[in-house]
Design a protein around this ligand. Structure first.
Ligand code: AVI
Length: 332
């Protein structure tokens, strides 16, 4: 989620070109849009970590609590686990909670953990977090600086021949895919797995609108800063002249589509130039740029999309108070 490459390198140049191409394409759609994965530059990633600490954003804490209290049950279902792959490990704390809670099941037999992320710094942090887990449980950590799809293929190609493989896709990251994208991505995971391997997925659930509003438009303004930082990034990386103060953050619950949408709303009519994306545009007062969708699921709907992708339900654990589900499915 968080692109990184050495400044000035060929990889950095091609990442900037891809960014410029996407900005030109998405900002000229109706309504104007920006792909949400660009929210995660260094400052955006730090702001997202801060969001996870907010009292109104409960996904991270609910998931960690479920992993700590149900980790042993989860690992009992995937015994004997020898290969664990996490797509987008963040700080690595969630996987560490799972491994710690299920350490008894692993019985000190070596476990290979593959961490997949496009950000070298995220991989470094997650690797260090996991390295500090229970010293009686040997863990070999392999990092893949790659997209989820490429990293998953690399990781499964190197799975241990003995034992089973578990893929973890946590944090309700699936919620940032639109429904066709989620179906395609889950099918991709299924294709990379062998029969008997498992997928553990975290999903935020549909909940009262007032709770969703607070989670995505918090009183401290951290989510607003996270959203507006995307314009700061475009100014810095593509030489644009967005006037940040002329945009406000808006989060809306779209009940028909079961998603929270984040938008940036122009507070006055003005012109913006983005030279490195060859773009000049006039934004009307009240015009919006749609920056993220965060789909919310009902527990049964999670099972349905996983079954459609070729998995069979093993068990689902729900944090009722926070409205969050962890679902374990098996490739069949
Ligand atoms: C990373 N992702 C699951 C978060 C979400 O809840 O959709 C990103 C986020 N956007 C606003 N707050 C958090």
């Amino acid at each position: 989620m968080r692109p990184s490459a050495a400044p000035g390198s060929a990889a950095a140049r091609s990442a900037t070109q891809a960014f410029a191409g996407d900005i030109e394409y998405y900002l000229t759609l109706t309504p104007r849009q920006l792909p949400s994965h660009y929210l995660y530059d260094a400052l955006g990633s730090a702001l997202f970590e801060a969001i996870c600490e907010l009292p109104w954003y409960r996904i991270t804490r609910a998931e960690r609590a479920l992993l700590a209290s149900r980790g042993d049950d989860i690992l009992a279902h995937v015994d004997p686990l020898r290969t664990l792959i996490e797509l987008g490990p963040g700080s690595g704390e969630k996987l560490a909670a799972l491994v710690e809670a299920g350490a008894g099941r692993l019985r000190g037999i070596p476990l290979t953990v593959h961490l997949v992320d496009v950000s070298a710094s995220a991989l470094d942090l997650a690797g260090r977090t996991l390295g500090a887990v229970n010293p009686s449980q040997p863990i070999e950590i392999v990092t893949h600086q790659a997209t989820y799809e490429t990293g998953l293929v690399q990781a499964t190609a190197h799975r241990r021949s003995a034992g089973r493989t578990l893929v973890a896709f946590l944090g309700s990251n699936i919620g940032n895919f639109d429904p066709p994208g989620a179906d395609a991505f889950l099918r991709h995971i299924r294709t990379a797995l062998a029969i008997g391997d498992c997928l553990l997925i975290g999903t935020d659930l549909v909940k009262p609108e007032a709770e969703l509003q607070l989670a995505y438009d918090d009183p401290l303004g951290v989510t607003a800063a996270f959203n507006r930082n995307l314009l700061v990034r475009i100014n810095r990386e593509l030489g644009a002249d967005f006037d940040i103060a002329s945009f406000r953050h808006r989060a809306v619950w779209n009940e028909a589509e079961s998603r929270v949408e984040m938008h940036l709303v122009a507070t006055r009519r003005h012109q913006v130039r983005i030279p490195d994306a060859s773009l000049e545009m006039t934004l009307d007062e009240g015009e919006t740029i749609w920056t993220e969708s965060s789909y919310k699921y009902r527990p049964q709907a999670v099972v349905r999309i996983l079954e459609r992708a070729g998995f069979t339900l093993v068990e689902q654990w729900i944090h009722a108070e926070a409205g969050f589900a962890l679902t374990l499915v098996e490739a069949t």
